[in-house]
Write a protein that binds this ligand. Structure first.
Ligand code: ADP
Length: 384
């Protein structure tokens, strides 16, 4: 079976082992020879990920096409979906499942219509009275680009009205590209990976805690500190959302947990997600295998842990350099029960995701303090 993947970053690269296991050939559409997934693709179409002509070509040679990012141009892809359907194939998730999710404002509205809890939000219009939002939400407020934000790019925490005016008053700013929302003083941030098959079978991974630094995910903890009621809220939301979207594929969903134990949806990622990387080493079926299973119509695998828990730490670039970091990598591999995944990017830049390490936990290590000490140890090796 030939599966097309739009995007050739590390999320496509990490599909390799599962593709081999399931006897699937990956055909990747990605712009650059240096992109990680080029090394594992059966065939690569070198083109920008929003190049619809290239995707039309991908559609000719593939049985199904899936995504490794959410930079999807629905209008351009609509005729290609038609072309795919005629040969009994398709995009998975389907474009109609993606349509409510790609714009953060539309996504919030969709969640609200389903009565799923989210932070209070509003779209900024060109004529909006900004002071009104201050009184509506209080400061700080959170300003988000409605489209194409990732890793915190496009998300800003704005302390007061003057700063909001300053950001939005910059020349060339179109006000209607912004979503404004209340700042949630969360106790923790949570995430879950959820998959759904064409038959409607749903598989949920463990609910994890994520920690962001400067809006970028740094650590993921799969431990046992969460209350069962919290886990139940997260799982109910994920099930309702995927079912309602008639979603086929895998999705990462991020949440805020408030001090009162309430769960709010922050955002959804209609693809594999950083918060699910631990599943490569800690689960019976990795998120990448589950994505392939779902989009190919295979029975979903078990999302159960094969160990007591896990800690995942992202290795983010901290300098601009062409460096292999061999010494640090060697030290990280020497940590007991650690699994290093190095994405093979040729250039490091501050904040760039260069790899990740997962350490599997044993029964006695499930307290958060112990897991945090492991994360700190990894970071002490990685960051100079
Ligand atoms: P991105 O799409 O770039 O990942 P997010 O909307 O997920 O952006 O925001 C990134 C991070 O910023 C979140 O993980 C959280 O730490 C912080 N953040 C986002 N929205 C809020 C909010 N309303 N209140 C408090 N913190 C927020």
């Amino acid at each position: 079976m030939q599966v097309g993947v739009i995007g050739g970053g590390q999320l496509a690269w990490m599909m390799a082992t599962a593709a081999q296991k399931l006897d699937i050939e990956l055909v990747i559409q990605t712009p650059s020879q240096d992109d990680p997934a080029v090394a594992i693709a059966t065939h690569t179409i070198f083109a920008a990920i929003d190049n619809a002509e290239a995707t039309a070509h991908l559609a000719e040679i593939c049985d199904v096409i899936t995504f490794e990012n959410e930079f999807v141009n629905l209008e351009a892809l609509a005729p290609i979906e038609h072309q795919l359907r005629q040969k009994g194939a398709g995009f998975y998730p389907e474009l109609r499942s993606l349509a409510p999710l790609l714009d953060k404002y539309h996504q919030r509205q969709y969640l609200q219509n389903l009565h799923l809890p989210t932070p209070r939000f509003a779209a900024l219009t060109p004529t909006a009275d900004l002071s009104q939002f201050g009184s509506q939400f209080g400061f700080p407020v959170v300003l988000k680009a409605r489209r194409l934000g990732y890793d915190g790019r496009g998300t800003q925490i704005i302390p007061d009205l003057d700063s909001l005016n300053a950001v939005l008053g910059q020349p060339g700013q179109a006000a209607d590209v912004w979503l404004l929302e209340e700042f949630v003083p969360f106790e923790r941030e949570l995430a879950v990976m959820a998959a759904r098959s064409p038959q409607g079978e749903i598989s949920l991974y463990p609910v994890v805690e994520t920690q962001q630094v400067s809006q970028v995910c740094r650590r993921v903890f799969v431990t046992s500190v969460l209350q069962p009621e919290v886990v139940a809220q997260v799982k109910a939301i994920a099930t309702q959302l995927l079912t309602h979207l008639n979603y086929v594929g895998i999705m990462g969903i991020e949440f805020f947990l408030t001090a009162a134990g309430k769960v709010l949806v922050n955002e959804t990622a209609p693809r594999t997600h950083n918060s699910g990387h631990y599943s490569l080493d800690a689960c019976e079926t990795s998120q990448f295998e589950q994505q392939l299973r779902a989009v190919c119509g295979l029975p979903l695998g078990s999302a159960a842990l094969t160990c007591a828990g896990a800690v995942m730490v992202n290795l983010l670039g901290y300098e601009t350099a062409a460096h292999e970091y061999l010494e640090q990598r060697q030290q990280l591999e020497q940590i007991g029960r650690s699994h290093l995944h190095w994405y093979g990017k040729s250039v490091s830049r501050p904040g760039r995701k260069l790899g990740h390490v997962t350490v599997l936990l044993e029964d006695g290590q499930l307290e958060k303090g112990q897991a945090e000490a492991i994360a700190q140890h990894i970071e002490a090796i990685w960051y100079p």
